[in-house]
Ligand binder design. Structure first.
Ligand SMILES: [Mg+2]
Length: 404
């Protein structure tokens, strides 16, 4: 069988970890620059606060119900996610991390599914402090439905055996099925398909006309046929990029160059993690009005993943784009033309090996001791508004929680 571990209200649960007095209180986590609601605790959901809504719409409500507002603290969330996944990987075989707070795993012994999941849930909570829900069923899509079901039970675990599938499918509306978007469900409804069960009894021939290949695979999964295999190897990416808005406009080249450098450091680290080199670098500079964008691409003489070289090139490209009469709101970098980093026996080999070892040390230190442990002098983090951010309690020495 296949299990799905889903962390409950993940970002909000992370915020509660080092501030236990928040437990049970309405907590809302806001997006970058404190703009929109991106996570809610159970109590905040009960107040009717909608996901993705602009925070200012709830100003009154936040005040009235004493809602705890948190600027997003992705360093904390990513680190807690890693901890949860590490415990999971050391406990069950074949784990596929699906998102920051969800992972699938394979369960060979289906007779003791309930007790294995209960133990796993207890262990995850004890070792990381994060509450999770676990759904187990014959396929990924069914496991996802089971995990939704698990959220409503006090045990936090839901095992759906073959005999229970029909009942679950009958009460699941088409739009609640994982992978079926609003467009597909609308089309299904127009054909008299209202529930997941209706989908499973619909004639195969007409389903082929109705749904694309993925949609058809989902229907097989609903029937308990596990065909969306755990993808142990992900397809390599075609490009790696990052572009984010500043908290305020910037009109000086040096500041933008520092922010750009930190973006380049980040994407090159990703690049090395994928085992790739980039052949093309593109820099985009967005004006205050957001409509005027200056862009430039450059094909590199030699594909590389060496951060200092790309920072140097990036800064040079920026200075050709920068015009002091404008103010800027955003900068971005995109690395493409990715090729595998196979050691090629050529003249540059010695230099490459040297660069490799330097970057390897930097990556290892940043991975072990937290991002930014080793930084390039050119880097400066992007200014963001996050005055309500909780501490980096698990990744920064000076922000460790105090015990009085
Ligand atoms: Mg979740």
């Amino acid at each position: 069988m296949i299990g799905l571990v889903d962390c409950n209200n993940f970002f909000a649960s992370c915020e509660e970890l080092f501030r236990p007095y928040l437990r049970g209180k309405p907590i809302v986590v806001l997006s970058s620059n404190d703009g929109c609601v991106i996570a809610r605790s159970k109590a905040a959901k009960k107040l009717g606060i909608k996901m993705g809504a602009p925070a200012f719409e709830y100003r009154e409500l936040f005040k009235k119900y004493n809602v705890e507002l948190c600027s997003s603290n992705f360093t904390l969330y990513a680190d807690m996610s890693r901890r949860v996944m590490d415990v999971l990987k050391s406990t069950v075989p074949s784990v596929e991390v699906y998102s920051i707070d969800e992972a699938f795993f394979v369960l060979e012994d289906s007779d003791s599914a309930e007790s294995i999941a209960t133990e796993l849930r207890k262990k995850l909570f004890k070792w990381t402090g994060i509450p999770v829900s676990i759904g187990i069923a014959r396929s990924k899509v069914l496991a996802k439905l089971a995990s939704e079901e698990a959220k409503t039970t006090p045990s936090g675990v839901c095992v759906v055996y073959e005999k229970d599938e029909t009942a679950l499918l009958q009460k699941t509306e088409v739009e609640e099925i994982w992978g079926i978007g609003p467009r597909l469900s609308q089309r299904a409804r127009a054909h008299g398909i209202y529930t997941a069960y209706d989908l499973t009894i619909h004639p195969q021939i007409s389903l082929q006309k109705l749904f694309n290949v993925v949609g058809q695979k989902i229907v097989h999964e609903l029937k308990g046929e596990s065909i969306l295999q755990l993808e142990m190897v992900r397809a390599p990416r075609k490009s790696i990029s990052t572009a984010k808005s500043f908290a305020y406009t910037i009109d000086n080249e040096e500041d933008i160059a520092s922010i750009l450098s930190s973006y380049i450091a980040r994407v090159t680290m990703e690049l090395r993690k994928e085992g790739s080199l980039a052949s093309i670098i593109q820099i985009s500079l967005f004006c205050k009005d957001r409509e005027t964008v200056f862009e430039r691409s450059l094909a590199l003489d030699e594909p590389t993943s060496y951060t200092p070289r790309l920072i140097e090139i990036g800064k040079r490209m920026l200075s050709t784009l920068f015009n002091p009469t404008y103010a800027y709101k955003k900068v971005g970098v995109c690395l493409s033309g990715l090729v595998p980093d196979d050691p090629a026996p050529d003249l540059y080999r010695k230099v490459q090996t040297q660069e490799h070892s330097v970057m390897e040390v930097v990556d290892r230190l940043n991975c072990k001791h937290g991002k930014g442990t080793i930084r390039f002098a050119a880097e400066k983090p992007r200014p963001v508004k996050s005055s309500m951010r909780s501490s980096h309690a698990t990744t920064a020495w000076d922000e460790l929680p105090r015990v009085h």
